[in-house]
Design a binder for this molecule. Structure first.
Ligand SMILES: Cc1ncc(COP(=O)(O)O)c(C=O)c1O
Length: 404
């Protein structure tokens, strides 16, 4: 073993020794990153085709985002919401305008934004819709991924996420994803919301049947039920549009946003909705010490400005076509199926060849980072700053590992 390799080995052993084993990372120890590339502690470079599960849509250390963060670090970083700071309204207004909604409520992590949406929907159900106390129901999809809090895992259908973490929060009804009739059948007078991902990321980048969300929009409006789109992973340019649900020309009642909203620098999440929905919250009913802090708002406002220009959505749509054309050519050559939109793909590797984990390990050995999910699927989600050559490079490495 060379000294160089020793750095990675030692860092992996240290991490294993000192942290809870709630992840099973690939054996790569990142030291630096720039754009679509990361460099490990031993100087090896990798093309990042995971992009922090879409938290790095603008690439690592995007110059405009880093500049916004630096400038804010030199002014004020935290006030708590006990006071107002001078970046708060700017960020909230920008995100409200980007999403076409009246109001924004900033939080930190994605799970917190999902919790916010659940609380707002329940309160809206009691105070506006007139559901009897404690009876509110929210319809969710099988194979969902909305985060890791105890309430959210209560309606997960993944045993790893859920088992041993009960007792579970009641009030959720699970239906198959993409099945409009099942949603219709599950609606009762107590239904306050349907909460779903426009594309299910963790489940393997599952795109619902065409017309599903358009049908949901009609159904929810007719039944006085809120349509909540968890766009934490699918939103903010990832699929070639600002929001993935736009592919069906649908406007949900509430957007749940996170990941890329923090520009890959700080955790920033938010819900966006109109006043008749988000306006139900009163002082003291919900909040977070760090939610909407000055640093988060400075970065978030710059993220909104980047998206308002439309360049990243356009890149994702254009380069996504190249990615999907390249991947489609591998079907029957070690790949069973490919799904996705824009610069986002779920690739089912033939399990006879290797597992998804093995595919990711082999890709990492060749300098491409991706992440497996559910046995033999790998997820590809490069930063939206990726170039055509880099897409071709990643596909050539995938082609090579499939040949063995
Ligand atoms: C669709 C979706 N919702 C919610 C979350 C949870 O976000 P966080 O990990 O920031 O809590 C994720 C994270 O992967 C996600 O993909």
């Amino acid at each position: 073993m060379t000294t160089v390799e020793f750095r990675t080995t030692e860092a992996l052993a240290d991490a294993e020794r000192w942290t809870a084993h709630n992840y099973h990372p690939l054996p790569v120890v990142v030291a630096e990153a720039d754009g679509a590339w990361v460099t490990d502690v031993d100087g090896r470079r990798y093309l990042d085709f995971l992009a922090g599960y879409s938290a790095l849509n603008f690439g690592h250390r995007h110059p405009g985002l880093i500049a916004a963060a630096h400038a804010q670090l030199d002014r004020v970083t935290l006030t708590s919401r006990a006071f107002v700071h001078d970046r708060f309204a700017e960020f909230c207004r920008g995100l409200a305008e980007l999403s076409g909604k009246d109001l924004v409520l900033p939080m930190n992590t994605g799970a917190e934004a999902v919790e916010t949406a659940i609380k707002v929907a329940r309160k809206w159900g009691y105070r506006v819709k007139g559901v009897a106390a404690e009876r509110a129901e929210i319809i969710v999809a099988a194979d969902n991924f909305h985060g890791r809090t105890t309430t959210i895992v209560s309606f997960s259908t993944d045993p790893d996420a859920r088992a041993d973490f009960g007792p579970y929060t009641p009030g959720f009804v699970v239906v198959p994803y993409g099945d409009l009739d099942a949603v219709r059948a599950a609606i009762t007078p107590n239904t306050v919301a349907v909460l779903m991902e426009p594309i299910q990321g963790e489940a393997g980048v599952l795109v619902p049947p065409a017309g599903f969300f358009a049908g949901m929009r009609e159904l929810c409006t007719a039944e006085n039920v809120l349509l909540i789109a968890d766009e934490i992973q699918s939103g903010l340019g990832r699929t070639g549009k600002t929001f993935a649900i736009e592919h069906e020309d649908v406007v949900p009642d509430m957007y749940v946003l996170g990941k890329a909203l923090g520009g890959g620098i700080v955790p920033v999440s938010a819900v966006a909705a109109d006043r008749d929905v988000l306006g139900v919250l009163k002082p003291g009913e919900h909040g977070s010490t760090f939610g909407g802090n000055p640093l988060a708002c400075a970065v978030g406002a710059e993220v909104v400005a980047l998206l308002a220009g439309g360049e990243f959505q356009e890149r994702s749509a254009r380069l996504g076509e190249r990615l999907h054309t390249g991947l489609a050519a591998l079907i029957g050559r070690g790949v069973l199926a490919v799904r996705g939109r824009g610069l986002w793909a779920g690739v089912d590797i033939d399990p006879a060849l290797m597992t998804g984990r093995q595919a990711c390990e082999r890709l990492a050995e060749r300098g491409v980072l991706a992440k497996d999910t559910h046995g033999s699927t790998i997820r590809l989600a490069p930063p939206l700053v990726v170039t055509e050559e880099e897409i071709d490079l990643a596909i050539s490495h995938l082609t090579a590992i499939l040949k063995g």
